[in-house]
Design a protein around this ligand. Structure first.
Ligand code: PLP
Length: 285
């Protein structure tokens, strides 16, 4: 059966879910998106995703067409309509469809809001057990990466290069340091057991999973340092891993074909994954 999508107030079959070719998301990538995981039919850490959505739209002076409370209701309705058990809800808001292609903001145009779901068994994903390889690529993105913009061409190219190399993610490099993954936050565990991830700034997206993992680690008195790290440091580390809403915590076992530690997910990564899954279930709405 056709999946159901949400488009500007209506729930419609995916094959009928359409927006105008004049939509500014399509013409200018003038839009913001969010992805929240779904476990057992419930949204994971959704308050954090909706808070980041509000911040992102605020940074580009785009007014949400619905309150975040209503957005969550729509997300839940879509999960129910699609009988989604495990997977994710994608949502996108754009500055809407004008009558032409003027760069400056149009007046009196209602923003576009669309959502759809997809199926993924995040908990039992094979790569959670084996870990993934990453490749490194130059970070060629714009300098406001803290905004979750739909302008993802640099990440499309980075992740295509990773796919062609048989890797699961691309780590982007700027000034000799890792910024983040194409669609994930990057972490290492140093030889003296410090969890290191780059501090939030306009150089990276403030990952919701990153935020939760850092807080959960600190609550357990694990040492966390928020600073950039190099690929050489990652290769000399005890462990490396990524976090995102759609993988949770996932080991990185090689970088550019060179093995990290023994090439297997390490105990800290496994522990943080377990801790995060526990948190995820407790935060589910
Ligand atoms: N960094 C980038 C560039 C991303 O695109 C994403 C997720 O898509 C993340 C980090 C992880 O963010 P989150 O944990 O909120 O999914």
């Amino acid at each position: 059966m056709d999946q159901i999508a949400y488009v500007n107030g209506s729930f419609v079959p995916m094959s009928e879910a359409k927006v105008s070719i004049l939509d500014r998301g399509f013409l200018f990538a003038d839009g913001i998106y969010e992805v929240a995981a779904v476990l057992d039919g419930k949204l994971i850490d959704n308050a954090s995703h909706l808070a980041r959505l509000e911040r992102s739209v605020g940074e580009i002076s785009l007014a949400l067409p619905e309150t975040t409370g209503r957005i969550q209701e729509i997300q839940k309705e879509l999960i129910a309509l699609n009988n989604l058990v495990n997977g994710m809800v994608y949502l996108e808001v754009t500055r809407g469809a004008d009558t032409g292609r003027d760069f400056a903001f149009p007046k009196g145009v209602k923003p576009t809001l669309v959502m759809f779901t997809s199926v993924k068994d995040i908990i039992n994903a094979a790569s959670a057990k084996t870990g993934i390889g990453v490749i490194t690529v130059p970070d060629i993105r714009w300098t406001r990466r803290d905004i979750k913009s739909v302008a993802l061409l640099a990440q499309v190219l980075a992740k295509q290069a990773a796919a062609e190399a048989g890797a699961g993610e691309a780590w982007m490099i700027e000034d000799g340091k890792v910024t983040e993954g194409g669609s994930s936050s990057a972490f290492i565990l140093t030889q003296d057991d410090v969890i290191v991830t780059r501090q939030n700034s306009s150089a990276i997206l403030p990952g919701c999973t990153r935020k939760a993992v850092v807080a959960l680690a600190e609550e357990r008195q694990l040492r966390v340092e928020e600073r950039p790290f190099t690929v050489a440091e990652a290769l000399a580390a005890k462990e490396a891993f990524i976090t995102s809403a759609t993988v949770f915590v996932q080991a990185v076992v090689s970088i550019d074909g060179k093995t990290v530690a023994n090439g297997k997910p390490g105990p800290m990564t496994d522990r943080l994954r377990e801790i995060y899954v526990e948190f995820a279930k407790a935060s589910a709405v």
